[in-house]
Design a protein around this ligand. Structure first.
Ligand code: LLP
Length: 428
């Protein structure tokens, strides 16, 4: 459920009419709803109410990559969430937003020594390490600092996640995690390293998962591994079950499993594990909490269907061109009439297509449209291709709204490049 609704025929974010934001900030612009974010946090927490997770309860570490805007992270910090980070940059952002270091897990296959040092200095909750060479590097870094790094190995359970290949991570040929069959040996080596305190097991098999079966299979393998590790003398106190729960994008498709069903499955599979559970949800927390607001530049007749050319492009929202992702496209002031159209941006490649042959609200030049469910992996994946400035972001709360990232002036984009002296001299 989200808080983007029609009021008196005009699409609102909570109590704010989207045309008011477009008027003040211009388009394209991402608009996020605080009430929707907070609702999703509450729903996810409630879904985990029955899992066994020790005295501190589960740690919900928001996957910062889904939406790293500082205002969004601060909203989540306020709701008690931690963070799952995958770079020094994300770690600094999470801390800057007020997320407690003791609630931060650090994932990713390519952590550098500098990033490890930064995380150790700040005293994060756990490193999810993905290979034996990484374990050795982390141990060396920690020893040099006189510390022991709290670690879990991310294991690769070799399950087929059933999602898009580019966001599937739990197959044996994917780059992620330690192969399940190597795990016992990897833990034995790590336990002997002086700079590591081995404490857990982690898994994450992919994103936009629409079936609980693969997650259940992966979690069951984690359960077996925990038992085997304990039998071998390891002290396992945490289990990080990753993120990945899908959200509805296309209203004509079956709804992905709801957090409640996910929580019930987790409670069943993890009963008796006797660990603190960690979760890394991203999309399910912020996906439906954001829209990309855009204006129609013009409608160009096509041979079969018209092209609705909007001022947002693939650089602002990459998901359709990268993953053939489906985003609902709505008129901000729908009159009930429908048309079939191709929705495209102004960028000079055919990949800059948001939808083909889409049944959608009738729109004409200057009308506002929204790309729904753009709160996750939207603004964060934007870039400046075709010298288009980075997309600004707005956060709404009730009848209040604020710019939480301003529109980058195009001059700033150009000034970011510098001339080498031999060209500068020539031009002087
Ligand atoms: N934990 C780890 C280790 C991850 O790699 C990810 C996402 C998550 C948690 C959060 O997954 P979520 O709950 O959001 O599904 N750009 C793609 C999605 C990439 C996901 C990468 N990893 C997209 O737009 O669909």
């Amino acid at each position: 459920m989200d808080h983007f609704t029609l009021k008196h025929g005009v699409l609102h974010a909570e109590d704010v009419a989207l045309p008011a934001i477009a008027e003040a900030v211009g388009t394209p612009v991402y608009v996020y709803s605080t009430a929707t974010i907070e609702r999703h946090v509450a729903v996810f927490k409630a879904a985990l109410a029955n899992v066994e997770s020790g005295p501190h309860g589960p740690l919900i570490a928001f996957a910062v990559k889904a939406n790293p805007n500082r205002a969004v992270l601060a909203t989540l910090a306020g709701a008690g969430l931690g963070a799952d980070v995958v770079s020094g940059g994300e770690l600094l952002r999470a801390l800057a937003a007020g997320i407690d270091a003791g609630k931060i897990v650090f994932s990713g296959v390519g952590k550098t020594a500098t990033e490890m040092r930064l995380a150790l200095e700040n005293g994060i909750f756990q490193f999810n390490i993905e290979s034996e060479p990484e374990a050795e590097m982390l141990s060396e870094v920690a020893v040099a600092m006189g510390l022991r790094a709290p670690v879990a190995f991310r294991v690769n359970p070799n399950v087929v996640a059933g999602t898009h290949a580019k966001i599937s991570t739990g197959g044996s040929e994917d780059k992620f995690g330690v192969a399940y069959d190597r795990a016992m040996a990897a833990y034995a080596r790590a336990a002997a390293l002086p700079g590591l305190a081995v404490q857990g097991v982690a898994v994450h098999i992919g994103s936009q998962l629409t079936d609980l079966g693969p997650s259940r299979a992966a979690f069951e393998r984690v359960g077996t591994l925990i038992a085997d590790l304990r039998a071998a003398g390891h002290r396992i106190t945490t289990a990080d079950l990753g993120g990945g729960l899908g959200v509805p994008y296309d209203p004509t498709k079956p709804i992905p499993p709801l957090p409640d069903a996910y929580g019930a499955m987790v409670a069943e599979v993890t009963a008796g594990w006797n660990v603190r559970l960690v979760f890394e949800p991203g999309r399910v927390i912020v996906g439906n909490a954001g829209v990309l607001l855009s204006q129609v530049i013009r409608v160009k007749p096509g041979v079969t269907d018209p092209f609705v050319i909007v001022d947002a492009a693939m650089n602002d929202l990459m998901r359709p061109s990268l993953y053939d992702a489906w985003h609902d496209i709505r008129s901000v002031t729908p009159n009930g009439d429908k048309m079939t159209a191709n929705i495209v941006g102004p960028i000079c490649e055919s990949g800059d297509t948001f939808a083909k042959k889409r049944q959608m609200d009738v729109v004409k030049a200057d009308d506002l449209v929204t790309f729904m469910t753009a709160g996750a992996y939207g603004a964060t994946m934007a870039n400046t291709y075709n010298s288009r400035a980075l997309t600004p972001e707005v956060l709404v709360s009730g009848n209040k709204w604020a710019i939480v990232r301003g529109r980058q002036p195009i001059e700033a984009l150009i000034a970011g490049d510098t001339l080498p002296p031999w060209i500068e001299e020539e031009q002087a």
